[in-house]
Design a protein around this ligand. Structure first.
Ligand code: RTP
Ligand code: MG
Length: 139
């Protein structure tokens, strides 16, 4: 296994409910190192750019409204096998199907408001990290 990076955002519902600290604790205890972190609020347009891959899906408008409804905490993370291990740590998109011990099982409210994002490939991790952070912000 090689050390590599993934990208995540703590989504508006989890930030608003005060779960950021508990979620970051779970992430660090699972062995991820924080490479970059900040708190920002997206416009609906910018959320739409981030999720452009879903632009034809029926949930796209709702997703853009949700992701711009309050501040989020984007982060770049580093670990062996980062992308796959982080998807395991967050659990299924739908919390009803998420395994015990996962972040979504503990904090997601629904398939729409599901607390956290995780990149689905090394290529997308790089694109998504660069969407939020300049090179000099990534340590
Ligand atoms: P994410 O990209 O946020 O990590 O989530 P994911 O890979 O598990 O799921 P994805 O299929 O990429 O969907 C992106 C986000 O869109 C919302 N969603 N709503 N109503 C629905 O059926 C539905 N499906 C997806 C969720 O916020 C999901 O995380
Ligand atoms: Mg996805």
């Amino acid at each position: 296994m090689t050390t590599n990076r993934t990208f995540t955002m703590i989504k508006p519902d989890a930030v608003a409910e005060g779960h950021s600290g508990a979620i970051i604790k779970m992430i660090e205890e699972a062995g991820f190192r924080i490479v970059a972190v900040k708190k920002v609020q997206l416009t609906s347009e910018r959320a739409g750019q981030f999720y452009a891959v879903h632009s034809e899906r029926p949930f796209y408008q709702g997703l853009c409204a949700y992701m711009s409804s309050g501040p989020i905490i984007p982060m770049i993370l580093e670990k062996d096998n980062a992308v796959a291990d982080f998807r395991k740590l967050i659990g299924s998109t739908n919390p009803a199907q998420a395994e015990e011990g996962t972040i979504r099982k503990r904090f997601a409210k629904s398939i729409e408001s599901n607390a956290i994002h995780g990149s689905d490939s090394d290529e997308n991790a790089k694109i998504e990290g660069d969407f939020f952070f300049a090179g000099i912000e990534q340590f």
